[in-house]
Write a protein that binds this ligand. Structure first.
Ligand SMILES: [Zn+2]
Length: 458
């Protein structure tokens, strides 16, 4: 049993001083005791908080971060971005995916994420057909996570058709497409791979109502429930106005209405990019307990629109944050952009606060922890017995954290930046992965990434 002594720690019922955190050999938190002596364990002089969950990401898209910022010949919209993303997806091998993901996961860890949820639909070889091991791309993500130490919730994603209008699949989409049996094979293989690993969890995803027809959802759910009736369920929902219009034209209902009509919407669900909601849909989502998967940087980058967060916050809906296309890998930046979008929209300050939670940064961080843990299906997000020892140690000597205490520390962590990294150390499952702001593999994984990107852009 290892023991940390945190000078300050964010516990379930608030901040405490001189907190002894016992960590069992399996990486779970054991006893948590307030008022310990500094010499009773490894002393951490700063502020210890739970690590954040990145509830939605596509690792391979890190290879094109920053690349689609030049004007294409036609419209510069989501759909032209998607063409470029698909062109990249069409070339990536399992080895490429491993290298891209490993470098990404180092950056995510340094950015304060201790769990990543991979919404993973790149299943087949570029040349068509099947890999000998149908889960070889899943294996690449698993190995990248094992090497770098981030905890992984893998959501193998079912992509059953090219689009709502029954169009022909593009060459890139042929890599994504599976029938339900093929999808089940991948789940079975991942189950064996993840068995007895406490830092792995399987979730399930239907790519979108574009890629999975509403009438296919019951069979999809039956397949998942047969394997794990608690598995978190993810879907891309209503990212673009065009997909809402198409959904209305084809199905006579908006995406969330349609989904809620076909599946029991509840806390198992994470609806990613639930951007374009009617008032009724928003209230339905908030009262359902499902998690809104918000990806502020990607949604801004792609010109998706703003999720009605101010209203949703008042309705106490569950939500968390995702790095999605991985342009940005810092949890604090996503939370800041989420809040700032609403301040600009509403022409007022401090949206994510309540009378009992006056500190905006702290309120954002706590809420995103709770929603993220639910979407990842992992016992994380709290410093309490039985939860994973997934922790961030913020640098108490950082000039922009000096002189702060309690929730004001989280306000500065979320809203202030520069003057060096605030995250000093990162622990996942009881093991230190980042120390003094550095990850042991960062130089090597960056070199590998550069090599792969060079080749992909040739
Ligand atoms: Zn996505």
């Amino acid at each position: 049993m290892a023991r940390l002594i945190a000078a300050h720690a964010l516990l379930t019922d608030g901040w405490a001083e001189r907190v002894a955190i016992d960590i069992a050999p399996d990486g779970n938190i054991g006893e948590v005791t307030v008022g310990a002596a500094a010499d009773e364990g490894e002393y951490l002089p700063g502020h210890v908080i739970p690590g954040m969950v990145d509830l939605h990401g596509h690792a391979f898209q890190r290879a094109m971060a920053g690349l689609a910022q030049d004007r294409p010949a036609g419209a510069a919209d989501f759909w032209s971005w998607r063409q470029r993303m698909h062109a990249l997806a069409a070339r990536i091998t399992p080895e490429d995916l491993w290298a891209i993901a490993a470098a990404l996961y180092v950056d995510l860890l340094k950015g304060g994420y201790t769990t990543v949820v991979e919404f993973h639909y790149l299943h087949r070889p570029p040349e068509g057909g099947s890999y000998e091991d149908p889960a070889v791309m899943c294996l690449a993500l698993h190995e990248a996570a094992s090497e770098t130490g981030i905890a992984l919730t893998l959501a193998p994603t079912w992509y059953a058709r090219a689009g709502m209008a029954e169009e022909e699949p593009t060459p890139a989409q042929r890599r994504f497409l599976l029938d339900l049996d093929g999808y089940g094979d991948i789940l079975g293989r991942v189950e064996r791979l993840f068995r007895d690993d406490r830092d792995r969890r399987i979730a399930a995803a239907a790519h979108s109502l574009r890629a999975v027809a509403p009438e296919q959802l019951p069979a999809f759910l039956a397949e998942i429930d047969r394997r794990d009736p608690q598995a978190p369920l993810h879907i891309h929902l209503a990212e673009q106005p065009r997909e809402v219009e198409q959904c209305l034209a084809v199905h006579g209902a908006r995406p969330l209405e349609l989904l809620a009509d076909r599946v029991p919407l509840g806390p198992r669900w994470c609806l990613v990019h639930a951007t374009h909601l009617s008032e009724g849909e928003r209230k339905l989502l908030a009262s359902s307990g499902a998690v809104a998967g918000l990806c502020p940087t990607t949604e801004a980058d792609l010109g998706d629109g703003l999720f009605p967060f101010a209203e949703y916050w008042r309705e106490e809906g569950a939500w968390g944050i995702g790095s999605d296309a991985n342009l940005v890998t810092a949890a604090a930046e996503e939370l800041r952009l989420l809040e700032y979008g609403q301040r600009l929209r509403r022409i007022r300050r401090l949206i994510a606060t309540r009378p009992e939670q006056p500190h905006c940064g702290a309120a954002l961080y706590r809420a995103a922890l709770a929603g993220g843990a639910r979407a990842a299906g992992r016992p994380v997000g709290r410093i309490a017995p039985g939860f994973r020892a997934d922790l961030l140690h913020l640098d108490g000597r950082h000039p922009l954290l000096a002189g702060r205490s309690g929730d004001a520390v989280l306000d500065s962590f979320v809203f202030a930046s520069g003057a060096g990294p605030m995250i000093r150390d990162v622990m996942v499952g009881g093991l230190w992965r980042v120390r003094e702001g550095l990850h042991a593999d960062e130089l090597r994984t960056r070199r590998e990434l550069a090599r792969v990107v060079d080749r992909l852009l040739e």
